[in-house]
Design a protein around this ligand. Sequence first.
Ligand code: LMR
Length: 399
Amino acid sequence: MSFFSSVALAPDDPILGLTDAWLADPRSPKVNLGVGVYYDAQGRQVLPESVMRAEAILTARRRARSYIPIDGLPDYDSATRTLVFGENCRALAEDRVVTAQTLGGTGALRVGADFLKATLPAARAAISAPSWPNHKVLFRAAGFEVEDYPYYHPASHGVDFEAMRAALAAMEPGTVVLLHACCHNPTGADLSVAQWREVAQVVRERGLLPFVDMAYQGFDRGIAEDAQGIALLLEAGVENLLVANSCSKSFSLYGERIGALSLVCGSADEARRVRSQVKQTIRANYSNPPTHGAALVATILGDPDLRAQWEEEVGQMRDRIKAMRSGLVARLAALGRTEFGFINRQAGMFTYSGLSAAQVQRLREEFAIYAVSSGRICVSALNESNLDYVAEAMAKVAA
Ligand code: LMR
């Protein structure tokens, strides 16, 4: 009798499972609009020139791969911190920010959630409706009770800001509120600067604890601009907040699993104690993080020339995504589907197309086009060779 005989079969992951299914699909043409990965105009995954140059520098250095500190490569942590909080952040100057290298943005969210559960065991977590499906999964896995707060307004394809604000204002003080810094996943509907200011005020007045997920920095307006919500929270006098950031998309380093968790603390002494606990969390999970992705990012951010090149390359990705948005809208309009104009107003890698789960299923069955069942489509997987095909299929299933 096997010890595992009662193990149930878990469902495929709603996003990563699509890539497996797409790879196994023998049909041609086939298009994977599921996972949030940036592809270039030829449909290839990108190797940014800045990353390749950093790779060459590291290879020439012939580094031995020793263990790095539990909380990560110091150069990576300090460069990332500046990327997230900006050069002139007071909390940084006051030495109140703890940054720890993590296994991607997901690792940052999980280390942060584990730390919060241990520190504030009674706190609840609140997540936008909808959100990246794994948010709920990982907060629950860390032991949190999770509630939704209203966010998306289907009729306008934008943020239902009044409902969101009211929900925040009514939350239990101490609730951990997950916010998307930019390029909201899955809706592409972001808060305006004025709305961020209002959120910051409610968060402070109500005594909520923001946990900002920034997986797409640079994909909407720019590196500093996309982090503006974080700066506004701090400017409004919010004392504590957490940020999970990721280098998967912005450096095209998906498989390196490179991200960071930052925690803004009340004082430098508090930060020292918080760091010690974050290190314990990491040590109990995977001991310490891997070297390579962190070394690449630290090399790029530490060299003015490489950094400028990287920012330019992020800008090119951003511009191509926007071109694919308008290309899709124009083709759909030419096919008589003028209702998709909102796709141009959404930000980041995704469009929340409004297609139902049944319509998404038809895309997959009839056209070998894979999208997330929520209707989320990865715009950065579109290119001149598949745009007509995708637009025609979308127009057919939407009819
Ligand atoms: C996505 O939302 O597609 C990405 O963040 C990849 C993932 O891990 O789900």
